[in-house]
Design a protein around this ligand. Structure first.
Ligand code: 9MR
Length: 737
């Protein structure tokens, strides 16, 4: 998937170890990198001539450009060979200091794929920079480029000694994984299971100690050797201190001469996490100003209203040739670190927030205040937040009188990819509606039907409107059951391609049945082969593309007179049993076992969604082992893992905080914030599709295929459907005492 991305400052925690002396056949690719022979063959943006000053190349960067690449200099016709290691080095200065340079090696023609990039903050005195990367491609059309645009004021930039040397020895990236005793760094519930994992060469049991904040040993025991863990390649032991049940903070575990990161025994952190995971959605909102009084440090103007340079979502055309009308599709949530809005991902995310709320109605849970503009309107904040997206999903439905009326556009996003950082209100790209799809139409049918039963007591008119839209959508999808969003439609936004829609039909029919009780929807559910299929696979129970489990869970949990409902419930319990078995066999307690140990994009959300099934089995049976399984399942996300990192920003001693985002892009621009506390990173992804991860993690084993860098969009993005999973599970955990 081509993407134009921003750049990065190398994270301080990373160790880069040169592994061998230089080869004899190192080859310089840059011509005249020292500018000794004038400025040829270097180019620069129009209006920004290169001058030679003290033997360097200098430019006066104009102020007021929008994008990083609007002011640039570089050199084309560079050869790259796939698999070869390159050292990219240069000297640079910027006056006044503090400007961020985007230095990259990438394709010199559209779509300008970056192969490697870095974003150092320049000093006026100048510094030497050197990076190593492995090229993923063979091309004779590469360039080295230095992008300087995007600042309000003009400034001076000088460059010297530019070099790109091929054939250098590869560097071995070694993540800093801290102490070998791996714990849930946030904390364990006093009444819950308490397990940890020790990475060790030892093959026989070792003693462990639990110490309180004062350093006193309060429990002790022996580890259980577990052999080599396939998901990390590490030899590990597990240890169990569930017998200790006293609350407190600052505990550590000591084993094999190592002391774990500190953790709490308590419940308070989960009350906060539950709220923070939901608060994430407000700052993802499109079409509304984000208020500093509600989110200190995160204020920004409304994005994609029709205010320049935004072209806006108020009157959006289709892609050329797709339709001849325009729609107002303002509002909704930005999907992730990009500015796209995608119905299939909005659908599962909305479903999950509504499902969290609906579970709360059964368990008499309180709904936390989220500090959103609607707070205090007597509607639970979680419903107000979900409605922000629901209104957008409804806008994406083709109005009566047009071709495909009742169907739903798959997505709306920029005509081409933008770079990072880029605040939503500064995105200058044309927005476009993409073709309708059966999957998107059924996502609207499912979520609007679900909304109809949940908003009825707060806003009957909205509930009625939602139900009418859901019915229309379902009927339209039946008339056009095979309009699939293609994988090829991925410029400027994610493809979210999906050519299997039996699951979406089943889910939509289930929600329509649960909200209306109508026989026609029950008949559809009962006749669907999906109804009796095993939908709880080891690779993750559900996600945006696999929604059968969403329907199955609601049919099991939401009261109805569906014939054979006992069997539906039993199928969920059987699914949960499989996840518990996976968890028990896993030395890190992970209820996730994808085929071939190939961890998927967004694995953290799949791990969480498996826990949703386990939690649902607890709701159905009241059996404590399911509740304990969910609690233990959180450990991996919060630090008990091969990398010793909590994947939730601000939770745990070391947590992900450089997630790929165009506006929480602190790593690229110190004036911008990190992602808000409670933001979940996508997590380990065996396929490492982005060049940055490829340059650092090549050959990684599952759990190690993750890097907390803003450039790593395939392992470290943040997304509405991942935070919805975190919100659901953390609400479950917070309700346990
Ligand atoms: O989460 C999506 C993942 O399941 C897919 O494998 C991947 C590639 O199609 O796309 C992910 O979704 C991204 C979307 O395409 C664009 N916005 C950011 C999403 C998260 O990375």
């Amino acid at each position: 998937m081509p993407r134009v991305l921003g750049a990065v400052v190398l994270a301080a925690a990373l160790l880069v170890v040169p592994s061998a002396p230089a080869h004899a056949d190192e080859v310089e690719q840059v011509v005249n990198g020292g500018f000794t022979d004038g400025t040829d063959p270097w180019w620069s943006s129009p209006g920004m001539p290169i001058t030679r000053t003290d033997g360097q190349a200098c430019v006066t960067v104009p102020g007021g450009t929008a994008n990083k690449w609007d002011a640039a200099l570089g050199q084309n016709d560079i050869d790259l060979v796939a698999g070869e290691t390159y050292r990219f080095s240069f000297r640079a200065s910027g006056a006044p200091g503090g400007h961020v340079l985007r230095a990259l090696t990438g394709l010199s023609v559209a779509p300008y794929d970056p192969y490697f990039e870095a974003s150092p903050v320049l000093t006026a005195a100048g510094d030497a920079y050197s990076y190593t990367f492995i090229s993923a491609v063979t091309t004779d059309q590469a360039q080295v480029a230095f992008q300087l645009g995007g600042s309000a004021d003009g400034w001076g930039f000088c460059l010297d000694d530019v070099s790109l040397v091929g054939g250098v020895p590869p560097e071995v990236y070694v993540p800093d994984t801290g102490p070998r005793v791996r714990v849930n760094q946030v904390g364990y519930l006093p009444s819950g299971p308490k397990r940890a994992t020790l990475v060790t060469e030892a093959t026989t049991a070792l003693p462990w100690q639990l110490r309180n904040a004062a350093g006193r040993v309060v429990a002790r025991g022996a580890t259980t050797p577990r052999g080599v863990d396939a998901s990390s390649g590490q030899n590990v032991h597990s240890l169990d201190f569930s017998g200790y049940r006293r609350a407190g903070s600052g505990f550590t575990l000591v084993a094999d001469g190592e002391t774990s990161r500190p953790f709490d025994l308590g419940t308070a952190a989960y009350d906060r996490l539950r709220t923070d995971a939901l608060k994430f959605f407000y700052t993802q909102r499109s079409g509304i100003e984000i208020r500093d009084d509600l989110r200190p440090g995160y204020a920004r103007p409304a994005g994609h209203l029709d205010v320049a340079p935004n072209l806006g979502d108020g009157d959006v055309p289709c892609q050329p040739g797709v339709c001849d009308y325009r729609l107002d599709v303002t509002g909704g949530w930005y999907d992730a670190g990009d500015h796209g809005k995608y119905v299939v991902n909005g659908g599962i995310s909305t479903w999950q927030l509504l499902s969290e709320y609906e579970r709360g109605t059964r368990t008499h849970a309180t709904n936390p205040g989220l500090a959103i503009p609607e707070s205090g309107d007597r509607v639970p904040d979680i419903l107000d937040e979900a409605r922000w997206e629901l209104e957008f999903l409804l806008e994406m439905q083709v109005p009566a009188g047009h071709p495909y009326a009742g169907m739903v556009h798959h997505k709306v996003h920029d005509a081409s990819w933008t770079g990072l950082p880029l605040l939503p209100h500064l995105d200058p790209q044309q927005r476009q509606l993409h073709p309708v799809s059966t999957a998107a139409t059924l996502n609207l049918a499912a979520t609007a039907a679900q909304a109809a039963r949940l908003y009825r007591r707060y806003d009957p008119a909205f509930a009625k409107r939602a139900l009418a839209a859901a019915r229309t959508a379902f009927t339209a999808a039946q008339a056009d059951p095979a309009l699939y969003a293609p994988a090829s439609d991925g410029n400027g936004g994610g493809a979210y391609n999906d050519s299997v829609v039996d699951d979406d039909f089943y889910w939509a029919a289930a929600e329509l049945y649960l909200s209306t009780g109508q026989k026609r929807y029950a008949d559809f559910v009962l006749a669907s082969p999906v109804h009796t299929a095993d939908v709880f696979g080891p690779g993750g129970a559900f996600d945006w593309g696999n929604t059968a489990a969403a329907g199955r869970l609601d049919l099991a949990l939401v009261p109805s007179k569906l014939p054979g409902r006992a069997g539906v419930k039993a199928s969920v319990v059987r699914g949960a049993q499989k996840y518990l078995a996976l968890q028990q066999a896993h030395p890190y307690g992970v209820a996730y076992g994808p085929a071939n140990n190939a961890w998927d994009w967004g694995s953290n959300s799949l791990i969480l969604n498996d826990l949703v099934v386990v939690a649902s089995a607890y709701d159905l049976t009241g059996e404590r082992r399911y509740r304990d399984g969910v609690l233990e399942g959180m450990d991996y996300l919060l630090g008990r893992n091969a990398l010793n990192v909590s994947y939730v920003t601000g939770y745990g001693e070391v947590s992900s905080h450089n997630q790929h985002s165009r506006w929480y892009a602190h790593e690229l621009d110190p004036a911008l914030p990190h992602p808000p506390v409670g933001s979940l990173a996508g997590g380990a992804n065996s396929s490492i599709q982005d060049p940055y991860a490829q340059s650092k993690l090549s050959g990684c084993v599952a759990q190690f295929c993750y890097i907390d860098d803003i450039q790593s969009w395939s392992t470290n993005e943040l997304t509405i459907n991942w935070n919805s999973a975190l919100a659901w599970v953390s609400a479950f955990v917070a309700a346990q005492r």
